[in-house]
Design a protein around this ligand. Sequence first.
Ligand code: PAF
Length: 286
Amino acid sequence: MPKQPQVIRTPEDMHALSAQLRAEGKSIALVPTMGALHAGHLSLIDYARAQADILVVSIFVNPLQFDRDADLDAYPRTWDADFALCVEHEVDAIYAPTVTAMYPDGFATKVIVSGLGQGLCGAHRPGHFDGVTTVVAKLFGAVMPNIAVFGQKDYQQLKIVQRMGADLDMDIKVVGRPTLREADGLAMSSRNVHLSPEEREQALCLRRALDKAGELAQAGERDVEKIKTAAAQVVEGASLARLEYLEVVDAENLAPLTRLEGPARMALAVWLGTTRLIDNDALNPH
Ligand code: PAF
């Protein structure tokens, strides 16, 4: 029978376990999640499994990073299924602290990475990335991993966390792994469960918009405005979709671009009914 992961509920217990493991010379990999694990998370977990002696998955729906109460309330919570997947994927410990253990009375610290969080999702979700960096700094502090693995679907988050780790001398390798997609191209996301069948069908407009931009870049188009206009038209062609933003940015510093000259990323956010989906892909001059 596969080994059951240890479940840890407080930062103190997590810290004590990690300190003991590190003293024994063991390396630790962390995959931070908010649960509702799907194949995208499992690809991060399987990658992380091979990177260190001990694999910790954190499951914590972080209230600080939700800008809308309805989104926080509706966020899927699937502990039993998540636990079973962690057993199957040989996770050693699940760090699943309670909200009060993470944010007790008197909690007063925010970790803010300036600049990188201003555009893209940051422009539409006030305080979101401050909530992410604050919780990730706390997860890093309690788990003390050697390596932490994030998905590239949240590309802006990945870049912000990498910046935070470097700026705060955290000595943690922050790795981004490719987005996993459904067979038809939709990026896997815990939010996909909220889509009606019609919205699910039209959600393909995100991937198609990225493909359109890729085709234009491949054909030699360098004018970012033209690429954005063509890609936005793809989203606008889906009657249930509402485009929140579509941007082409420098792949490292996330600054908006006017010409495609070096490594770039196209990113977009689209609403389908009450569900907000994001996606992004590399967009490079050929
Ligand atoms: O990407 C997520 O699931 C969350 O933003 C994270 C990194 C677990 C922080 O709460």
